[in-house]
Write a protein that binds this ligand. Structure first.
Ligand code: UDP
Ligand code: UDP
Length: 468
């Protein structure tokens, strides 16, 4: 290839900067998006915030950068935050706020990038702090929304809804958007119903600004979320809302692969579809009482199981072993049918294993999409945040079942008998298996040749090229 042709091709590549906020549930989809952009010949700059909250985040960033040496890393050193000024004790929310308060430092950093950027794609908790940066640099400003399109409809409509209700959480009713199955008050992220907290503040400040962005990327697809996508792009949520691009499903990537030899070996020895996999994501710590009921429920289900126990919100703080957290006696009783671990596992590989037949999940959006990708039925057990809104969708799409009476984490301690019964129901349902398999087909079709993922990225890339 001649030098002139090569240079022309390079200058034809859109240069995109990605800015994830905090937590694996945010970082993972950003890195999967980066992978898809690199494969489509985009030049990618990854803005990495320092320090990170969890070890899993820093490890995943390292693995990603080693796998993709062509990606530019732009280190972003955060200003220290005095937590007493932020109204939250959650380390991940505090990190959102730290990044927001440091965001002005990004303009000079981004301005020096060469070739110049075609677009910035940032995370949901950063919207209002990134807008001035994008405006200063005349940079098209996009959002990768890391939850469902249904949650995005809720998020964009929330300021209108709240002001109609006099901005008083006590008077909030259900959210009714034309074309969208109503979202009951009981499904709202609980922190939105409590005055004066950081989550609610960020949510409100950002929700008002969505019309100032150029577009929204969501890790979802028509086969799963036709209703929300139609409502959002039909102008029913907010007049003038920029386009929502369904860029999913994002398939799990090679660089994420961790060492899970022990679990895979154990799974290899179990009959096809016989194992229920139980995990509540990367940042949900269950109460000790609830952990013990889960163990009891797994035994009572009579099924084989692979259970990932988490005792602390942030991985660096995990200290005690399984014998202390679960209890020696219960650990002993579980040996016959299950494998219990207390560490980071490679969830996508586990969900993709043929012996896994069901997933007890908190319905973090990445977990839902990974289950859809592998066609694994879900027993939804939302714990915090957006997870009930995602669980509504899991149930409505046929991907899973949801016992609404189980409530949010720590509202009630759900008893082992009930957990066991529901697990049996999920694992025994031929109907659910069929529905999950159909959703898997839809997911693979969207990602495959001629599918919506390719078409949507082509459209976005044309839009970015035209912007320069
Ligand atoms: N995950 C994993 N191993 C673990 C825990 C979590 O691979 O031990 C991954 C999971 O596959 C998903 C992400 O971490 O990609 C968690 O994101 P999700 O949106 O499901 O939930 P969150 O952790 O944000 O609550
Ligand atoms: N969220 C939002 N705006 C915010 C913070 C959160 O819209 O300022 C939404 C978003 O969909 C996010 C969800 O609330 O995925 C739950 O947020 P959280 O950080 O609690 O959970 P995570 O996504 O880390 O699992």
């Amino acid at each position: 290839m001649s030098v002139r042709v090569a240079t022309a091709m390079q200058s034809d590549q859109p240069h995109i900067a990605l800015l994830p906020s905090a937590g694996m549930g945010h970082l993972t989809p950003f890195l999967r998006l980066a992978t898809l952009l690199v494969r489509r010949h985009c030049r990618v700059t990854l803005i990495t915030t320092h320090p990170t909250v969890s070890l899993s985040e820093s490890r995943l960033v390292s693995r990603f950068l080693s796998a993709f040496p062509q990606v530019t890393q732009l280190p972003f050193h955060l200003l220290p935050l005095d937590p007493s000024t932020a109204n939250s004790t959650d380390p991940f929310y505090l990190q959102f706020e730290t990044i927001r308060r440091s965001a002005h430092l990004l303009s000079p950093l981004l301005a020096t990038l060469s070739p110049p950027l075609h677009a910035l794609i940032s995370d949901v908790s950063l919207i209002s702090s990134v807008i001035p940066v994008a405006e200063t640099l005349h940079l098209p400003n996009y959002l990768l929304f890391t939850s469902s399109a249904r949650m995005f409809a809720f998020f964009s409509y929330f300021p209108t809804f709240a002001s109609k209700s006099g901005d008083d959480p006590a008077t909030f009713g259900d959210v009714k958007i034309p074309g969208l199955t109503p979202i009951p008050r009981s499904s709202f992220p609980p922190l939105l119903l409590i005055p004066d907290n950081l989550f609610g503040k960020i949510f409100r400040e950002d929700g008002c600004e969505v019309n100032k962005l150029n577009g929204f990327l969501v890790n979802t697809f028509e086969g799963l979320e036709a209703e929300s996508l139609e409502t959002l792009n039909g102008g029913k949520v907010l007049k003038g809302l920029p386009s929502v691009f369904p860029v999913g499903p994002f398939p799990p990537c090679e660089f994420e692969r961790g060492d899970c030899g022990d679990q895979l070996k154990w799974l290899d020895e179990q009959p096809a579809g016989s194992v229920v996999y139980v995990s509540f994501g990367s940042r949900t710590a269950m109460s000790r009482d609830q952990i013990r009921e889960v163990g009891d429920g797994l035994i009572k289900s009579g099924c084989r199981f692979l259970w990932v126990v988490k005792d602390k919100k942030v991985d660096k703080e995990e200290e005690e072993g399984l014998d202390e957290v679960v209890g020696l006696e219960l650990m002993e009783r579980m040996k016959a049918k299950g494998l219990v671990v207390k560490k980071w596992v490679d969830q996508p590989q586990i969900l993709g294993h043929s012996s896994v037949g069901g997933f007890v999940s908190h319905c973090g959006w990445n977990s839902v999409i990974e289950a859809a990708w592998h066609g694994v039925p879900i027993l939804a057990w939302p714990q915090i945040g957006d997870q009930k809104i995602n669980a509504e969708l899991v149930e409505a799409s046929g991907l899973g079942i949801w016992v609404t009476s189980w409530g949010w984490a720590e509202e009630v301690v759900v008893k082992g008998d009930e957990i066991g019964e529901r697990i049996r129901e999920m694992m025994g349902s031929e109907l659910l298996r069929g529905q999950a398999a159909r959703i898997r087909e839809e997911a693979r079709k969207a990602f495959g040749d001629g599918g919506s993922v390719g078409i949507t990225f082509k459209q976005l890339i044309e839009e970015w090229k035209a912007s320069n």
